[in-house]
Write a protein that binds this ligand. Sequence first.
Ligand SMILES: [Mg+2]
Length: 257
Amino acid sequence: MGSTLDIALPALKTSPKFIFFTDFDGTITQQDSNDFMTDNLGFGADRRKKGNEDVLYERRDFRDAFRDMLDSVPTPLDQCIDILRKNITLDRGFKAFYEWCRENNVPIVVLSGGMVPVIHALFAHLLGHEAADTLQIVSNDVAPRDGKSINEERGWQIVFHDESGFGHDKSLEIRPYARLPAEERPVLFYAGDGVSDLSAAKETDLLFAKAGRDLVTYCEKEHVPFTTFHDFSEIHDTVKRIVEGRLTVKEAATGRK
Ligand SMILES: [Mg+2]
């Protein structure tokens, strides 16, 4: 394998037959860290929910609604991270799934509409520094506002990953894998819960959508095949059966359960 390919498609490094792409907030974690900051430190849940609804029904770009949410949080970034460490918990099945994936050469690629420094800090806290440093995280970033430091009041702002209306178009990372020739192409999974996952939803072979969340509504509206999950123990069970050849991705896409 050439070095160009390694850079473009880092998850192929170990020649896996399966790759697991996943959202972070509300999927790997039980709470959404951006929602938590907005609801508790920024303009509150009512305005946030209105914004999410506008995105789901295509009245507004995710990018703009999301920037408004985060701009309403005046708290210095280091304090935000401290508060999130105390309030955000890991999905109860994720650790076992993560360990199984490591043992079975199923790379996990985290595609997040959140921000790298927050995700990295939460992984280090919830799963340990090794996991935080080795998991591939593709997300937006944070930059200081003019003349300020990120750890000052109103000192930070989000820097979007790309120019798309999503801020981070998650399909950009998945598509090069999806387009590999059949004999080289791994089976691609995706897990998500919300509006930031809409761009990724159509790209993989099997989509896990969190039960009761916006992504389920979207998949039904757009006729995207999916299966629901409540926590990662269900994903773990399904992925394991597929990897062991006991279930196909088609059989697994059972829709709302
Ligand atoms: Mg999410």
